[in-house]
Design a protein around this ligand. Structure first.
Ligand SMILES: Nc1ncnc2c1ncn2[C@@H]1O[C@H](COP(=O)(O)OP(=O)(O)OP(=O)(O)O)[C@@H](O)[C@H]1O
Ligand SMILES: [Mg+2]
Length: 316
């Protein structure tokens, strides 16, 4: 059984659009428009796409917060509409911003409260809450009032809350947004560890480097429709993205070469090329430069990135 499976999901919003002071019209926003996808157990699945593409709507439908207009979805084998309570028992959810905390309670007390809601005993709930404060890096801040929390502290507490019931499947809508680099790295490591232990992670992010380094599968959504699916390397291969090579030549002016030469940031001529055979071409270019009697300065080989995949897919 798949961790998540959905078919033909649709969610349209009817919105008022102002036309002058007294008039308005209705228009329809297709937040999800016939979305079908499958997520294997124990993988990190990332949903990416531009602002307003439908990512948060998708997370809300799968986590039973929104009822779809059409189509069906199963999470952990349970139907998100007919068996919503069963789904809620086995999932964890992080939405940003998280409104589900009590300002006048500490982070620890908030977590204990949620543990109790899931039916944990007071001792079990306290033990689990403390463990999660350490895991997310909140530690001693758990003893402070939630209303004093910074943006990043709130984000970490949301993740801790999502894990309090040891979910099988966790939905993380932009989990590292607002986190400093060290905290973000810690959360990414936590996500990896959870997946390694068999938890399924469904996340969204605008950080393509993060998505590329974490995800087993990436799905690109645009205007409520899925436009690409695959592992980061499959997506790059399918689009035949090439490497970019730059070789700096220590010379006063650009020599006459087989490749285009421009003047680089440091004022020296730089040979720039894109290729699918980076090692061969690099050696060839370096040999050519040496053959003309010049010294080589800086050499840079840039791998194709997921960001380029996204740029290509979205510009079609
Ligand atoms: N409650 C709502 N009422 C009307 N329209 C909505 C509502 N919620 C979302 N939308 C619209 O649905 C579309 C999808 O929104 P959604 O929040 O799912 O996008 P997103 O991919 O999460 O974007 P972002 O990257 O900015 O978070 C947008 O056009 C948005 O304006
Ligand atoms: Mg969103």
């Amino acid at each position: 059984m798949k961790a998540i499976a959905c078919e033909g999901l649709r969610k349209h919003y009817r919105v008022k659009v102002r036309r002058g002071f007294f008039n308005h019209e209705y228009s329809v926003i297709k937040a999800l428009d016939d979305v079908s996808l499958e997520v294997e157990r124990g993988v990190i699945f990332s949903l990416v796409g531009p602002n307003g593409a439908g990512k948060t709507t998708m997370v809300k439908v799968l986590s039973t917060l929104l009822i779809p207009d059409a189509g069906r979805a199963e999470v952990g084998g349970y139907d998100v509409v007919r068996q919503a309570n069963r789904v809620r028992e086995i999932i964890g959810l992080v939405l940003a911003p998280d409104k589900g905390f009590y300002a006048r309670l500490t982070g620890l007390e908030n977590l204990i409260y949620y543990g109790r809601l899931y039916g944990l005993s007071k001792e079990e709930s306290t033990r689990r809450a403390k463990e999660l404060l350490d895991l997310t890096g909140l530690g001693e801040d758990g003893m402070r009032l939630f209303e004093e929390y910074s943006l990043g502290m709130r984000a970490k507490l949301s993740i801790a809350k999502a894990l309090i019931n040891k979910p099988e499947i966790v939905f993380l809508d932009e989990p590292t947004i607002g986190l400093d680099p060290l905290s973000a790295r810690r959360i990414r490591q936590l996500i990896k560890d959870l997946a390694a232990k068999g938890m399924t992670v469904f996340m969204t992010s605008h950080n393509m480097w993060e998505v590329e380094n974490l995800s087993n599968t990436v799905t690109v959504i645009k205007s409520g429709r899925i436009v690409a699916v695959g592992s980061p390397s499959e997506l790059k291969e399918r689009l035949k993205l090439s490497y970019r090579i730059e070789v700096e030549i220590i010379a006063d002016k650009a020599p006459d070469m087989n490749q285009p030469v421009s003047i680089g940031e440091r004022g020296y001529p730089v040979v720039t090329m894109t290729t699918n055979k980076p090692s061969e071409d690099l050696v060839r270019v370096i040999d050519e430069i040496r053959g003309m009697g010049y010294l080589i300065g800086m050499v840079r080989v840039q791998e194709p990135s997921l960001e380029e995949v996204l740029t290509q897919v979205l510009s079609r």
